[in-house]
Write a protein that binds this ligand. Structure first.
Ligand code: 6PG
Length: 478
């Protein structure tokens, strides 16, 4: 595009891989987009690659703002945290009341709320947009999780619908609610992502170290799993990872990767937030903790020499065991979604987002990292009953879960006996067992609290709060 080209529909700041790919995706759908990057060389480099596309470069923010149709819409694709605030501060003088800023990074939802309030005071609209799907998603169709002022969403809805992934013709985007709803949903998406990745990693450990399967066998197993109920992006890429050779050694690439998981914090945010709202999400918590435990590599290595365990062999026929592990993973995945969506349900009430969980399940079916076939049924469950307290209770899902959960139990038991750590599967099973339990031993916890702290307790046979002088009674008894 030249400087004479008509005003652009949208502007995009930040030409990292995600920004570049999103700009190309927007342009490919016929929307003119103005791009700006703090380092001008990056912009020049990008422009040389996109000749002929409706993309206009700007080399300062004044030029950038002049290229945009009014009221302006600006997408930020800069690193989450202080860079977002810095860019907003730089950009603000070039904007006018009614203009819209959309943060498409993995920002913490509280930052999004704060920025939204600050910008509202300057009569600017601010949206938090969760974007999932990595680089390929940004280029060819991400799942988009927008939240913020409805007027802002309406303005960019045609663009978002055009660029989003499509599942059977439906774009994977829906307005999720006011304020930070979009970034909150993306945070929970990432928490679920952590949980699912941990569960799959545990099945890999069980099949590799428990059954002694080679990577080529594992490729077959995960490929088969992906062709049935476990069909999902993460199982699919796991199957592919198993068959990749290392160019340097000729061996399996996976086998030369250091067993220390990185993270950028969104899983921790999910756990922190769930703790704050008192929503149990133990599978996700286990996944977060297990990444931290993987980081203790030197300690683990030293401990492995002095803390021997049982031989890592589950006592079952290999084919039987593989089938059970498959069901255990399916149950674990389902329970992880149940936990994440229970958190969203509570948060939606707490923060007033009014998130439609059927829509969340719908837009997670394509484009995003946690896309999975079971989301079709999850969408149906919330479509039929938006007030569903927990996915475990959904009439269309419950029979399937009840049929496979014995395999989750068998696999966790086998792993425990073989000394193979399965914190995600075990947490999923315990969550299921605790949730389906009419009675929990919390009466004892209440008694203990009242004993040492006079915190009082409630009785089954009378209303009100009660306190007992436990110590006195106990000493009288002696
Ligand atoms: C996505 C991913 C994406 C990113 C994760 C990685 O939905 O596209 O979730 O946002 O890959 O944030 O997170 P960790 O680095 O914490 O594993």
């Amino acid at each position: 595009m030249t400087s004479n080209t008509p005003a652009c529909e949208i502007g995009l700041i930040g030409l990292g891989t995600m920004g570049r790919n999103l700009a190309l995706n927007i342009a490919d759908h016929g929307f003119a987009v103005a791009v700006y990057n703090r380092t001008a060389d990056k912009t020049r480099e990008f422009m040389a690659e996109v000749v002929g596309k409706p993309i206009a470069a700007a080399y300062d923010l004044g030029e950038f703002s002049r290229r945009l149709k009014k009221p302006r819409a600006v997408l930020l694709l800069v690193a989450a945290g202080p860079p977002v605030d810095a860019m907003i501060t730089e950009l603000q003088p070039y904007l006018e009341p009614g203009d819209l800023i959309i943060d498409a990074g993995n920002s913490h939802f509280r930052d999004t709320d704060r920025r939204g309030q600050e910008l509202a005071a300057a009569s600017l609209l601010y949206m938090g947009l969760g974007v999932s799907g990595g680089e390929a998603g940004a280029r060819f169709g991400p799942s988009l999780m927008p939240g913020g002022p409805p007027a802002g969403y309406q303005r960019v809805e045609p663009i978002l619908r055009a660029v989003a992934a499509k599942v059977r013709g439906e774009p994977c985007v829906a307005y999720l609610g006011t304020g930070s709803a979009g970034h909150y949903v993306k945070m929970v998406h990432n928490g679920i992502e952590y949980g699912l990745m941990q569960l799959i990693a545990e099945t890999y450990d069980l099949l590799k170290n428990g059954l002694g399967l080679e990577n080529a066998d594992l490729h077959q197993v995960y490929t088969r799993w992906h062709q049935a109920e476990l069909a999902s992006y993460l199982v699919e890429i796991t199957a592919q990872i198993m068959k990749i050779r290392d160019a340097q050694t000729g061996g399996w690439l996976l086998d030369v990767i250091v067993d220390r998981a990185g993270e950028k914090g969104t899983g921790i945010w999910t756990s922190q937030e769930a703790l704050a709202l008192r929503v149990p999400i133990p599978t996700i918590d286990a996944a977060v903790s297990q990444r931290a435990l993987s980081g203790l590599r030197e300690e683990r290595s030293a401990a492995s020499a002095v803390l021997p365990g049982p031989p890592a062999r589950p006592a079952d026929q290999p084919e039987n065991f593989i089938a059970k592990v498959k069901n255990a993973l399916l149950a674990g995945m389902f329970i992880t979604f149940a936990q994440g969506l229970a958190l969203l349900r509570r948060a939606s009430r707490h923060y007033g987002y009014q998130v439609d969980l059927a829509q969340v399940a719908r837009i997670w079916r394509g484009g995003c990292i946690i896309r999975a076939a079971i989301l079709d049924d999850i969408r149906t469950a919330y479509g039929r009953d938006p007030e569903l307290a927990n996915l475990l209770l959904a009439p269309n899902l419950r029979p399937g879960l009840l049929a496979i959960h014995p395999d989750l139990r068998t696999v966790v038991a086998a792993a425990v006996l073989a000394g193979i750590p399965v914190p995600g599967l075990a947490a999923s099973l315990s969550y299921f067992d605790a949730y389906r339990r009419a009675w929990l031993p919390a009466n004892l916890i209440q008694a203990q609290r009242d004993y040492f702290g006079a915190h009082t307790y409630e009785r089954l046979d009378a209303s009100g709060r009660f306190h007992t002088d436990w110590q006195k009674l106990a000493s009288q008894d002696q």
